[in-house]
Design a protein around this ligand. Structure first.
Ligand SMILES: Cc1ncc(COP(=O)(O)O)c(C=O)c1O
Length: 364
């Protein structure tokens, strides 16, 4: 067996990467995995067949590099988002993490600064620092909401090159009104990224920040197929922005970064958007059931417009996490004192979580 003798810190690694820890949500093979906000429903059979056919067709040309501009996929995303968007306004990559990385490579980097409002998605600081830029954590209210006044004042004060607005916010589930986006845009001189990874789980009548794009050339709206679309394993994220932003991203992407197989699979899946999204209502129902049951058990669930629930009132999160793990249920300790986060799964998975938690409480 290969013996590990060195730490990466012993290597001549970049000074600004020393002391950092990689993203590492546990990938344990437990029967009930509710820790990374996936859609736990499989891709519907009728769609899976079409996706396989599309991949089979693409495989015939896999000796050639793929379409560098992933044109049909960008057209499909423009059609899905609506709001009059054209394919020139769309970009995509291997998960929205890579989309965000492209944005930071183009608009952050050494000597620059990105700001987000903590607690927020844990990859923002990591991606920012990996481009050599500095991360600055802004603050929220005690209930994790963000007012237009406070957000704009913090942005005006810090004058960052990139602002992250996670809407709704991970790991708290908190909605982010469009007034906050407007106010932050006015207060900033840099790129404003609205990360709508969970937008499909918000109430239907809530408009997306894509409606704010006209006339705002520094605004970017990021999305993913990993959550509502049940496509996390395919790694497909995308964004909508001014075509000039897309031109900037072409400078930093690797040539042919989206494989022909990924493009084929995602385009086929988007052709069945309504079937792919048919589980969203069911997941939202389970989310609300989880919140109501947690409250009845004496916990404090936070309002959520996502497919997960952050709940407070946990005496010892590490211990509760471990006891759930021992019962075959994997959830997430996001490092907020007295809180844990759980993804809304199928009815059976959500029931397994709630019953396991109730059984721990009855032992205490
Ligand atoms: C807010 C937010 N943005 C982006 C992502 C990245 O998703 P992906 O890279 O799978 O598109 C996640 C994943 O959990 C997320 O919670």
């Amino acid at each position: 067996m290969y013996r590990v003798t060195l730490s990466f810190e012993d290597l001549p690694i970049r000074d600004d990467l020393r002391g950092m820890t990689p993203y590492g949500a546990p990938q344990a093979p437990l029967p009930v995995a509710l820790n990374v906000n996936e859609n736990t429903h499989p891709v519907p059979d009728e769609v899976a067949g079409d996706i396989l056919d599309a991949i089979a067709l693409a495989l015939r040309d896999v000796n050639r590099y793929p379409d560098r501009e992933f044109t049909p996929l960008r057209e499909a995303f423009a059609g899905y988002l609506g709001a009059g968007l054209q394919r020139e306004q769309i970009w995509a990559a291997n998960g929205s993490n890579e989309v965000l990385q492209h944005l930071l490579q183009a608009f952050a980097g050494p000597g620059r600064r990105a700001l987000g409002f903590a607690p927020t998605y844990s990859m923002y600081p990591l991606l920012t620092r990996a481009t050599g830029a500095q991360w600055q954590a802004g603050t929220r209210e005690d209930d994790y909401s963000l007012s237009p006044e406070s957000a704009a004042a913090q942005v005006a004060d810090a004058a960052p090159d990139v602002v992250f607005l996670c809407a709704p916010n991970n790991p708290t589930g908190t909605p982010l009104p469009l007034e906050v986006v407007r106010a932050v845009y006015e207060a900033s001189r840099g790129i404003v990224i609205v990360d709508e990874a969970y937008q499909e789980f918000a109430p239907r009548d809530i408009p997306s920040a894509v409606t704010l794009l006209p006339g705002r050339e520094r605004l970017v709206v990021s999305r993913t197929m990993s959550k509502a679309f049940a496509f996390a394993g395919a790694r497909v994220g995308y964004l909508a922005a001014d075509p000039a932003v897309i031109d900037a991203l072409r400078l930093v992407r690797l040539p042919y970064h989206l494989s022909a197989l990924t493009q084929a699979a995602a385009t086929a899946a988007l052709g069945h958007a309504s079937t792919m999204l048919s589980m969203v209502d069911e997941i939202v129902g389970q989310r609300d059931r989880i919140s109501a049951t947690l409250e009845a058990l004496g916990y404090r669930p936070h309002e959520s417009w996502t497919n997960f629930v952050l709940f407070g009132g946990v005496d010892d999160p590490a211990e509760t996490w471990r006891r759930l793990y021992d019962r075959g249920v994997l959830i997430r300790d996001v490092g907020i004192p007295h809180h844990l986060r759980v993804t809304a799964g199928t009815e059976a998975e959500s029931t397994a979580f709630l019953e396991a938690l109730a059984s721990i409480d009855s032992e205490a």
